[in-house]
Ligand binder design. Structure first.
Ligand code: SAH
Length: 342
């Protein structure tokens, strides 16, 4: 395991084995979580220990391959090269309530959603906990902007990398680490029901976001293969269980696709199905992906959809699209890079 994926007690056990005094674990842990790139920066450690750790537990920080800043809204998008040469992207969004980092959880994705660029090349591998942490750390360091919120909405399906994601949450939330509150973290899933239940059992205070994108099986089946395994009623039942276990309102993401899921009757069907479940909707006009024939809904259709949901008692916001001028959405940069266009 990479040393930065270790919890403080695990690190303490390692250092004890190396004959180090008890206080070292906290020192090393906090250096690692400050984002040092080498053990030489750990100036309060004996030289011999620095050398030993550099040998046995290399730090492996990611490198910036490409950085783009939106001229419109200051959104910054990073493409990182990981130590094995794979690339993932991270987006920093500047909201009035705090700087938010959108991180990737996998290299590629195997969920196969029809509208998503991240899944086009399939799943390459899952990210290690430290590779998720590094995205937050090095985005903060490189940009000089303090990060207060995290969304797990970049490349990959977080619940398909469950154990590593949970460990990442523990690390980034730790007091001696970045100390980011669970309440300031959102995890988005396309709907892996058994994992939603497993997450509910942990009773974390994170927000759960569900990529719904359709009011029924007919529509979801067409655009989200995961719906064949976990149909909408099964998914919504899991959402109700999640709410019962955590008392956290569920966020639904809904990419609005012209002529596919944006009719008035679709909004009304959502109202019927979601009755009694405290929910919030994020309506996202589809980001067009080159390889896909799907197109975004008209502004008018989005506004009407929002109005119907609101009138039915479900709060719905239309997500402001940030970073549209820098392909800051959904695996677009990594995709271009790997095709040699970026
Ligand atoms: N795999 C997770 C998280 C990553 S995707 C999930 O499915 O939720 C983050 C969000 O972006 C999801 O809601 C996803 O469905 C959405 N998304 C993907 N491609 C999109 C596109 N082209 N336009 C708008 N939203 C998109």
């Amino acid at each position: 395991m990479n040393i930065k994926s270790m919890t403080q007690p695990e690190l303490a056990a390692l250092l004890k084995e190396l004959g180090q005094p008890g206080f070292r674990a906290k020192q090393v842990y906090s250096w690692l979580h400050k984002g040092v790139r080498s053990y030489d920066e750990m100036t309060n450690l004996p030289q011999s220990l620095r050398q030993q750790l550099a040998q046995s537990h290399p730090i492996c920080p990611p490198e910036v391959v490409r950085k783009q800043e939106s001229a419109r809204d200051g959104t910054i998008k990073y493409l990182w090269k990981l130590s094995d040469g794979n690339c993932v992207e991270t987006v920093l969004m500047r909201y009035h309530y705090g700087n938010t980092v959108c991180i990737s959880t996998e290299v590629g994705c195997r969920m196969g959603c029809a509208f998503c660029a991240s899944t086009l090349g399939g799943l390459v591998r899952r990210l290690e906990p430290f590779e998720m942490l590094d995205q937050v750390l090095f985005t903060q360091i490189d940009s000089g902007l303090p990060v207060s919120r995290i969304v797990l909405m970049g490349i990959g399906e977080p619940l398909d990398n469950f154990d590593n994601v949970l460990r990442f949450l523990e690390l980034v939330n730790s007091e001696a680490g970045m100390n980011i509150s669970m309440r300031h973290i959102s995890l988005s899933t396309c709907g892996l029901v058994p994992k939603i239940d497993e997450l509910a059992e942990k009773k974390l205070q994170i927000s759960l976001a569900i990529s719904l994108h359709g009011p029924n099986d007919e529509i979801r089946d067409k655009i989200m293969p995961v719906n064949k395994a976990y149909p909408i009623e099964v998914l919504l039942a899991a959402c109700r269980r999640y709410f019962d276990a955590t008392s956290r309102r569920i966020h639904f993401e809904y990419a609005m696709i012209d002529g596919v899921n944006d009719r008035e009757q679709d909004a009304r069907e959502l109202l019927r199905r979601l009755k009694g479940l405290p929910a919030h909707f994020n309506l996202i006009p589809l980001n067009h992906v080159e390889e896909s024939p799907l197109k975004p809904s008209s502004k008018k259709a989005v506004a009407r959809f929002q109005q119907i949901l609101e009138e039915g008692g479900i709060t719905a916001t239309v997500r402001r699209t940030l970073g549209g001028d820098i392909d800051a959405s959904c695996g677009q940069l990594r995709r271009k890079y790997s095709k040699g266009d970026a």
